[in-house]
Structure formats: C-alpha cells, structure tokens
Design a protein around this ligand. Sequence first.
Ligand code: 13P
Length: 333
Amino acid sequence: MNKNILNATINAILSKGKGILAADETPSNIGKKFEVLHIENTAENRRRYREMLFAAPGIETYISGVIMQDETINQFNSHGQEFSAALKEKGVLSGIKVDLGVAPFNDDSIETITKGLEGLGERLDRYKEHHATFAKWRAVIHIDPSQGKPTTEAIRANVEALAKYALICQQHDIVPIVEPEVLMDGVHSLDVSHQVTSTVLSTLFDALNQKGVYLEGILLKPNMVIAGLMCPDQPTPERVAQKTLDCFKNTVSSDVPGIVFLSGGQRDDLAIKHLALMNQTTDLPWVLSFSYGRALQRKALTTWKGQDANVPAAQEAFIEQARLNSLATLGQL
Ligand code: 13P
C-alpha cells in the first residue's frame, strides 16, 4: 500500500468545489431509465449517453471524478479515445464500480449481500491499465421495522465485505469509496433512519479498524439521514441536515478525509439543499461533497432522449446541476 498515492488521489477528488459523477449504472439499470424514454438499451446507446455526459463542456470545473462500470471503462468516445483517457486529459479521475451486485442474504426476500470479492485484486490491476485510481462498492441495507429489518447479521456481513474490499483496493493503491447505503424506501421516520444509519456506520468502522484499513485513505459514501419516502411526516431540510451531521459526528472517524454523499432517490433540489445546509456548519473534520447519480443525471437524460440534436441542451442541463451541487459544497444555495 502506497499511502502517498492514496492521499494524492483523495486530495484531487476532494478539490474545493468539486464532486463525483456516479455514472456506473449497470446495463440493466440504465435500461430501465432508457425504457421510459423509448431509448433502445444497446451498448452503443449506453456509450452515446455516457459520451454526452463526459464530453460536456466545462465538466472539469465541477467534477473531479467519474465512476464507471466495466462496460463503460472499456468504451471509446467518438474520436476513438478511451473514455478514461479523455477524462484524464481534462484532469478528471476515473473510478470503477467493482462490486458485482447483490444476492439474497440467507434466502431472505428483502435483505441482500453484495458480491464481488473473488478475483478483485486481478480486476483492479486490469482497471489500473484503464487509468482507474479509485473504486466503489455498494452495500445495501433495507429498513422494515415490522419485519425486524435490518438484521444484525445482514449489517455485519455487508460491512465485513466492505472492509475486505477496502483493504484489497488500498493494497493495489486504489482509493476505495466505501458505500453503505441505507435505502430510503419505506414508511420509516427520520428517527428510525438515524438509528439504523448510526448502527450501520458504527459497525462499519469497527470492521474497517479490525481489518486494518487505512482510514485516511478511504472516502465514505453514505446516505443522508432522511425519513422513508412514504413516511407521512417529512422533515424540513434543516432537520435532515442536522440529524445527518449528528449521526456522523457520533460514528464516523475524523481520520476519514471526505464524505461524498449518494443522492438515493431524493429530489434534485433537496439533494442540493441538504448538502448546502450541512456545508454551512463550520469545524467539521471531513470535506462534505457529492457522488450523485440520479441527482446529477435526471434532467440531462430526459433532455437527451437518445437524440444527437439534444446533446447540447442535455449537456447544459447536466452542467447546471453540477454547478449547483458545486455551490452546495461551498455552503451556497
Ligand atoms: P444515486 O445518487 O442515484 O443514489 O446514485 C449514487 C450511486 O452511486 C449509488 O450506488
């Protein structure tokens, strides 16, 4: 493990006013989004969509890193250049999703365990040849108190896998983005979200410490503490910001240099507002930024609609979302 390499990558990702574009939807996941817009889900259309995003003029002003998945990191732009090489020329780092998705946990219908540890080291070596400097692994935690979910066992198994993944990445000089996502699906209250997220994060840090993961060399990608989407009692943005920071202050080591949030299905404007409000708090030990998928891409995708003629307008929509999120990292609304 070369700590200097890890630290340099993290410093570049956490450059002031910048965040990460998560564009690592699997072909089947992006296909669901394409279907709504009647875009055929082919490798070529997925490539065209990603080129629209990555080639957006000025992307490097607001975006320090892009997360891709296996298909995309092997694809080329229309000038015959690998996406990762073209991004590198603009000073944008390439990241790679290395988990292989989720499988049922203990034959449970809701709870899952994330797969992908087997052969991970060799895959990382291959991705390094495509300029990857950081990676992502997403663990998924479901809340359903009426069914006793999440179970301690599912939390523990998922954070153990996250810790193993993080150590393997660091041994290959790749910065691991550690993503324990507590889903916002359900009717649960803000307090339940706070309690579950706190339990998940403290169990995660126990596992990271136990495995000897270098905490200064990871980025944490958590959910914000938010009430379930179907909860009738929706908190104000101020309350979400306060509960989220309260949770992290009690669970996240101050050795961690940065927290890059997922948007998790929040409305675009709320993802911006919550991040801005949190960044108005002074004396936090971590940089707080974004690693958004939906909250950065929603408008761009619906503007693009698969049509070349819409590329400039779609790029403009994407850059505007990136700009607003960049302002949010500076505490500005
Ligand atoms: P969302 O911002 O859409 O939640 O996506 C972020 C991500 O990378 C999920 O793994």
